[in-house]
Every structure is written in structure tokens, then in C-alpha cells.
Design a protein around this ligand. Sequence first.
Ligand SMILES: *[C@@H]1O[C@H](CO)[C@@H](O)[C@H](O)[C@H]1NC(C)=O
Ligand SMILES: *[C@@H]1O[C@H](CO)[C@@H](O)[C@H](O)[C@H]1NC(C)=O
Ligand SMILES: *[C@@H]1O[C@H](CO)[C@@H](O)[C@H](O)[C@H]1NC(C)=O
Ligand SMILES: *[C@@H]1O[C@H](CO)[C@@H](O)[C@H](O)[C@H]1NC(C)=O
Ligand SMILES: *[C@@H]1O[C@H](CO)[C@@H](O)[C@H](O)[C@H]1NC(C)=O
Ligand SMILES: *[C@@H]1O[C@H](CO)[C@@H](O)[C@H](O)[C@H]1NC(C)=O
Ligand SMILES: *[C@@H]1O[C@H](CO)[C@@H](O)[C@H](O)[C@H]1NC(C)=O
Length: 577
Amino acid sequence: MMGFRSFPIWVFVFIACLISSTYSQFNPADKYSIDCGSPTNTTIGGRVFLSDNLASSFLSTPQNVLVDTGANSIPSSEYSPLYKTARIFAQTSTYTFKINQPGRHWIRLYFYPFTASNYNLSTAVFSVSTRDNSLLSDFQSDQGSVKEYSVNVTSGNLEITFTPSGGSFAYLNGLEVVSVPDLLIGDGATSLMPLTNYRGLLTKALETMARVNMGGPTVTSRNDSLWRSWVPDTSFLKSPNLVTDVSKTDAVEYPDGGATEEDAPRSVYGTAARMASENDTRSNFNVTWEFPVDRGFQYLIRLHFCDIVSTAPNAIYFDVFIQDSSALDDFDLYSKVGGLARAYYTDFVTPSINNNLLKISIGPAIVRDSLPNAILNGVEILKMSNLDGSLSGSGVPSSSKGSKSKIVLCARPVIDPSLAREKVNLAEWAMVYQKKGQLEQIIDVTLKGDIKPDSLRKFGETAEKCLADFGVDRPSMGDVLWNLEYVLQLQEAVLQNDPDENSTNVIGELSPQIHDFNHGGDDNTNTGFEMSSGDDISGVSMSKVFSQLVKVRGEIKEKVSVGGLRLIDYLVYFHRV
Ligand SMILES: *[C@@H]1O[C@H](CO)[C@@H](O)[C@H](O)[C@H]1NC(C)=O
Ligand SMILES: *[C@@H]1O[C@H](CO)[C@@H](O)[C@H](O)[C@H]1NC(C)=O
Ligand SMILES: *[C@@H]1O[C@H](CO)[C@@H](O)[C@H](O)[C@H]1NC(C)=O
Ligand SMILES: *[C@@H]1O[C@H](CO)[C@@H](O)[C@H](O)[C@H]1NC(C)=O
Ligand SMILES: *[C@@H]1O[C@H](CO)[C@@H](O)[C@H](O)[C@H]1NC(C)=O
Ligand SMILES: *[C@@H]1O[C@H](CO)[C@@H](O)[C@H](O)[C@H]1NC(C)=O
Ligand SMILES: *[C@@H]1O[C@H](CO)[C@@H](O)[C@H](O)[C@H]1NC(C)=O
């Protein structure tokens, strides 16, 4: 009799492979892949990017300009075959794709700025949008990048429009539109600060800011059932010496009704970063990753876990913090998934982030008698569209590209009679907070994260001195300038670990420059903004600052503070210009 056992083992292996390969076969309802500017199809990871010519029916554009690097100057990477050619859009141009099945779709834009036939793609400045969402505005880059968005398409067409910014042109090396499985991103998550239920993701467009494989290698689209790419975590780690990488890919189980291979592949769940606590049972520290993000937006954070570390149940209890705020407390993964090495993920939505770094930390829970440990297997950081449906740029003017002058402190005009009396005079109002050591309280919330505490403290001290009741106690013009210069340097972290950093009176100990400003005499030091002349000041920018200050002369007390508060802007501005 032919028993079950009589099948040779290879039959089972064969069937298992067949099942698993069928399972991981991604067959999206909508799938468009284009190698812009290319005369031939290009195959990457098994998927065909159509030649530009075959894709021309999707594009409405006033003219066809295709460019080619000609040289093999593109460094090799997963998508480098797409980067050798590009299409130039000298005027507004739109791709229109027929959508067979409404719902979320990934839009992937591939950019690589090379120089060819009169076009230096690094100089291109342009915007990209769909009917509902702004994806990029005034985008310019001197590096290759893949921008990935996920937008919910509710009509029968998806339009993607490229608009050159005044006088410039747009370009594109590759484009992909692919259906996202409906179950991948739900409507709900956990809101942070405080922890509550969040609903409303279905209406949000998302941009992938980071998709990271903790403790493991790059996972290319070929190894991901939904053609996503995952990068290693090393470059995001704050202190790499605090983690140990673990790998046990074969152990990963996808539990029924839980995370699936579509949520993240085995190569993500099967590797982890764990606390480097093996040799010290009293270890108590956090492992922290920092991810660059655009401020002014909320983020959807998906954390992937799989306990490939423990050999027995209930061996790890840990905490997870997002932006220093508790996300998971005394987290018991084993109880959550009912076993070891089972894939699990959980989603969080942050409040609007007001700086350019998003921080995720893991650390041991204190309560148990288990050995201290904490793990993380993968992270996805997705920017959420704002109320205008926009994902582009910063929520506020960016501080990074010379636009500091338009904002660096307090989000209100200098004199605002409509506010409560004690807030009317910004200077006095500010001093109330300065004296309480809480100047940061009145800094525009959108800027808070950008201002270095030391810089703010120095600024507050300088302003306070300018407001001293007696002229003799007020610093000289030169001292004010020097101090503000110092404020700026602290802000830009030029002076790192300077022992004078915490000194409340660094003036006078140093810098021959001060004497330039002071004209070498003590005569001026006590006269507020009085100056003997402005013409031998070092550098044009300083003389501009002075001329601005001259404009605000008058009642010393208020004007000095006004000048002081504004001076920082001037200094930053003139430094940039
Ligand atoms: C390019 O790819 C498309 C879609 O797979 C196919 O129909 C077409 O025949 C290919 N063209 C060439 C020249 O291989
Ligand atoms: C292209 O433009 C960038 C940015 O302006 C510049 O740095 C680069 O040198 C230019 N490349 C060439 C080949 O002209
Ligand atoms: C797309 O949006 C529609 C309307 O808001 C919603 O009913 C649908 O569930 C969304 N689909 C997905 C996959 O988010
Ligand atoms: C990717 O898949 C190939 C086989 O398809 C395998 O050999 C390789 O180890 C995988 N890489 C990762 C990082 O999982
Ligand atoms: C723990 O000790 C072992 C053996 O000395 C060593 O190989 C390993 O690197 C140590 N781990 C850490 C995190 O220090
Ligand atoms: C870990 O980080 C959190 C949030 O910043 C902090 O409250 C906690 O004290 C840190 N734990 C350790 C051990 O440093
Ligand atoms: C400055 O003060 C801060 C907070 O008191 C302290 O952490 C830092 O070490 C001090 N820096 C120096 C250089 O003394």
C-alpha cells in the first residue's frame, strides 16, 4: 500500500516551493513601468520597464526631448539601468494611466541628474503633482533618488503632471505606477502623544521616507513580493556600538491572520538589531535610530518585529519610544503573537514633526526579572499628506537653503496691541520667559526643534543684557554683535564642545574682532546702540546690519531689544547671501 511516508522528501520540497512561489507572485491589477528616454525595454528584478517609445501613448507633452549619458558613468545599483537615459520636459507635461482597480497605487519616480547634450539635470527645478496631491514642489537634486508615493486613486485615471519652475525644465529617468494590495495599509493606527486610536489613513497620500531592514542587508525589489526596496539600518544608528545584528531567516513564521510576506519579506523579519547586552545582565540603555524627515508633517511609522533572538517564551520585555515619547511600554511580543519568531507589525501616527529628524528608540523594560534586551526587525517611515493633500517641501519655510532670513524666532510681530498686556511688548514678554529660563516656550512651535538650546540661551542672555535698566549695564554695540555672531555659530554648531559655551559672559575674553566693532575704546561700551562711525566695520554685511540698526534707533530700551531680536535675522541673512 502506498503510504504517505513513501513519498520521497524532494516531492514535499518541490510542492512547498511551488506553493511559496505562487504565494509570493505579485500580480497587481495596475502595472506601468517606463524607462524614460530609453530606446529599448529594460528589465530590472524580473519586471520590464517599457522603452520610452512604447510608453508615449501615456504622455501628453508639447515636445519630445530624450537624453542619454552616452558614457557608462552611472555607478552600479539596483536601478542604475534606468538612470542612463531621461526624458526632458521643457513645458508642463502629463502622464495619464488608466486605472483598472481603484485604491492605493504606488507612484515611483526615478531621478538621476546627469549632464548630456546641453542639459545639466542637476540644475532642473520642477514640481510634480497628481490631481489631488502635490508630490514635489520646486524639486532640485544633485543626487540620484527614487521617490515613492502611495496615493488612493478613486477615479478611472491617474494623472501625473510635471511642471518646470520658472525658466527651468523637468526631467524623469523612470516611472512606475503599481497597485498596492488593499490590506497593506488600513485606515487605523495608534496616535502618539498621547496614545489614542487614529483613524483616517485611507484619505491620506503617503511618501516613503525610509524603509529599513534592521540588522540585515539591503533587500532589493527582487526579494520583496511587492517590489519594494529595503535599506540597512547602520547609517541611521546613533550609536552603532550599542547593537548586535542577529539573523535567523529560516525561523520566521507568518502566523494565520497576522503579518504576511506582503507586509515584509522573510529577509526583513529574519534579521534584527538587538541591544548589545549579551555580556552584561545589568545593561540599561536605549538603542536609537534617527531618520531625516521634512518637518511640518505627520508620519505613519510601521514597526516590524519578530523574536528571532529568544530561545524560550517570555524572555524579552521592552519599550519603544518615538520622538522620546512612549509608543510601546513593557512590550510582550511573545504574548502578542503566541509564539517565538512570528512576524508582527504595528502602526503609529506621529503629531506634526517640528524638526528634520525622527527618532526611534528601543530599550529594556524595567519591571521583569528577564535579561535586559530589546529588538527591532524593520521600520517604515511614511510621510502623510497635509490638509491640502500636499506631500511636498516642508510645512514651514525650510531653514536649510538660505531661507532662514524669512523666519530663525518668535512667530508674532514685534509689537502686537491685540494681545494681552504683558505680551504686547515682545521684548518685555520675552524677558519674562527668559528670566524663568523658558525662552523656548515662546519660540514658534514650527521652529522649536531647529533651534539649538545653547544658541537660544546665549541669545536670551544677550537680549536680556540689552534690556538692562541702566545704560552702564548694557553691552556695547560691538559686544551685541559679537554675541549674536556667537549665537549664530552655536546654532550652526561651528563651535563644538567649546568650554566657554556655558559662560554667560564670554565677551572681552577674546576676539580682536570685538575691537574692530568697538573702535578700540571703552568709551562706547556703555552706550547701547550709539556708535561713533560705521565705516571701518569689517565686511559689507556688518555695515548693512548697522544701517538697519540705525533705522531703529530711538527709545533705547525697546529699540535695543527690537534690534536685538531682529539682529539675529539680519546676521543669518547676510551670512547666507
Ligand atoms: C517591450 O516590453 C513589452 C511589454 O512586455 C513587450 O510587449 C514588447 O514586445 C517589448 N519590446 C521589445 C523590443 O522587446
Ligand atoms: C551641473 O550643475 C551642477 C549644479 O549647478 C554643477 O555643480 C555641476 O558642475 C554641473 N555639471 C556640469 C557638467 O556642468
Ligand atoms: C480610497 O478612498 C476611498 C474614498 O475615500 C475609500 O472608500 C477607500 O477605502 C480607499 N481605498 C484604500 C485602499 O485606501
Ligand atoms: C534574495 O533572493 C535570492 C534568491 O532569489 C537569495 O539568494 C538571496 O539570499 C536573497 N537576498 C536577501 C537579502 O534576502
Ligand atoms: C560578548 O562577549 C563575547 C566573548 O567575549 C564577545 O565575542 C562579544 O563581542 C561580546 N559582546 C558584546 C556586545 O560586547
Ligand atoms: C530611553 O529613552 C526614553 C525616551 O527618550 C527615556 O525616557 C529613557 O529614560 C531612556 N532610557 C534609558 C535607559 O536611557
Ligand atoms: C553646558 O551646560 C549643559 C547643561 O547644564 C551641560 O550638559 C554641558 O555639559 C555644559 N557644557 C560645558 C562645555 O560645560
